[in-house]
Design a protein around this ligand. Structure first.
Ligand code: PHE
Length: 386
């Protein structure tokens, strides 16, 4: 009897050892990372750049053997720069594809609802480019443990824009136009207004519109009447194209000033000519890391004529965000988002967009650049440190 029990016991021990060996970490061959980006909808250049930048980083890690001995498998989903499709995409990659890590979204109004899902499901999120302060903070100001970003935030970006308007452009009177229903444009407009008035400037008018509007003549008539020195328009390129074209038709000559949302190959450089915008990076930056990034990206991605594509801020920050995430997985030493988030909080990473360390709110402290749309090109004007 005792002997038989011993045999049964030994069989169980061997079986459980075998199970551990087969089902344990050593046997895991793949790790999935989702990329949630607006591939369709109003701002598709944001999505394509973001996907391509992140995929390039993943390819580079895989070429060196992956991470922790696992091949990295990207799962790309179209989240359309809007809350509902973003929520659907996040639930799909988490529940069906079983990802533990999300790179995305681009747009703050999409990243905020995604952040609620990931923090409920213990999935780690890093947004490459969502700048609204509430992406990483709850309504009562607590930091969301599973949400990080690779970019600066709008209170900084709006202040940089306001100081540039006051000091460099010598503007005293500003008119502010923004989309009331969009977290990004509303937050950036507020930050600009606060900094512009604190610096001695005057807001001579403020008008809102919705994301569906295409005719801006009524509010542009008010702009013409108020005769501002500058018009602040912190929206995405699709809206900027319409508003600046209609402003030129109306004979408005005050320069427009905007934010990172202007950054697109599809920005209408004729309509927006003479305008300025704050952004995360410039390809005219001479740091060697930027120059080698331009080369790598251009070798991999070509336009319809076979010419190398110059990576924009979206592609660059998606590349940085993917590297930050994978480096954090490596540092954590385990495929477990709850451990990887702690590794990320303590990481220091040399990114293309600058050296990144996170503050207590999971925001990197980084410089901004100011660019000008001039004669069909986007040219570097200056950099502003925090
Ligand atoms: N910062 C924008 C947002 O939060 C997104 C964006 C970043 C767009 C960079 C263009 C370039 O919605």
């Amino acid at each position: 009897m005792i002997k038989r029990l011993f045999v049964v016991f030994s069989v169980l021990v061997v079986a459980s050892l075998l199970l551990t060996a087969c089902g344990g970490a050593a046997a895991q061959k793949e790790i999935k990372i989702a990329i949630l980006a607006p591939l369709s909808g109003a701002v598709p250049t944001f999505g394509v750049s973001t996907r391509d930048g992140a995929l390039l980083a993943i390819d580079e890690w895989n070429a060196k053997g992956g991470v922790l001995g696992m091949k990295i498998v990207p799962v790309v989903a179209d989240s359309q720069c809007a809350a509902d499709p973003a929520v659907n995409a996040a639930n799909k990659v988490i529940d069906q594809d079983k990802v533990g890590y999300i790179i995305g979204e681009v747009c703050s109004s999409a990243s905020i609802p995604i952040s609620e899902i990931v923090n409920a499901k213990n999935v780690l999120q890093i947004s490459p480019t969502s700048t609204n302060a509430n992406v990483t903070l709850t309504a009562d100001g607590a930091v969301k443990p599973y949400t990080f970003r690779a970019c600066f935030i709008d209170p900084f970006q709006g202040t940089v824009g306001a100081k540039f308007a006051l000091t460099d452009l010598q503007a005293k009177k500003a008119f502010v136009l923004y989309d009331q229903g969009n977290d990004y444009t509303r937050g950036l407009a507020e930050a600009f207004e606060a900094a512009f008035t604190a610096g001695g400037g005057e807001i001579v008018g403020k008008e809102t519109y919705t994301g569906q509007d295409t005719d801006f003549s009524a509010i542009l008539a008010k702009v013409a009447e108020a005769k501002p020195d500058i018009v602040y328009l912190p929206d995405y390129y699709n809206v900027v194209n319409l508003v600046t074209a209609q402003a030129k038709e109306k004979g408005i000559t005050a320069p427009f000033l905007g934010g990172d949302g202007w950054d697109s190959a599809d920005l209408d450089r004729t309509a927006a000519d003479g305008g300025y915008f704050t952004n995360h990076y410039s390809e005219q930056d001479t740091r060697p890391i930027v120059q080698s990034w331009l080369k790598t990206y251009g070798e991999k991605y070509k336009d319809a004529d076979g010419k190398p594509i110059v990576p924009d801020a979206l592609a660059t920050l998606a590349y940085d965000a993917a590297n930050l995430l994978i480096a954090s997985i490596e540092k954590a030493g385990v495929d477990d988002p709850s451990k990887v988030k702690d590794a990320m909080a303590a990481l220091k990473w040399e990114g293309v967009s600058g050296t990144i360390t996170f503050d207590a709110n999971h925001n990197p402290i980084k410089s901004a650049v100011i660019l000008q749309v001039k004669d069909g090109k986007v040219v570097y004007v200056t950099s502003v440190a925090p």
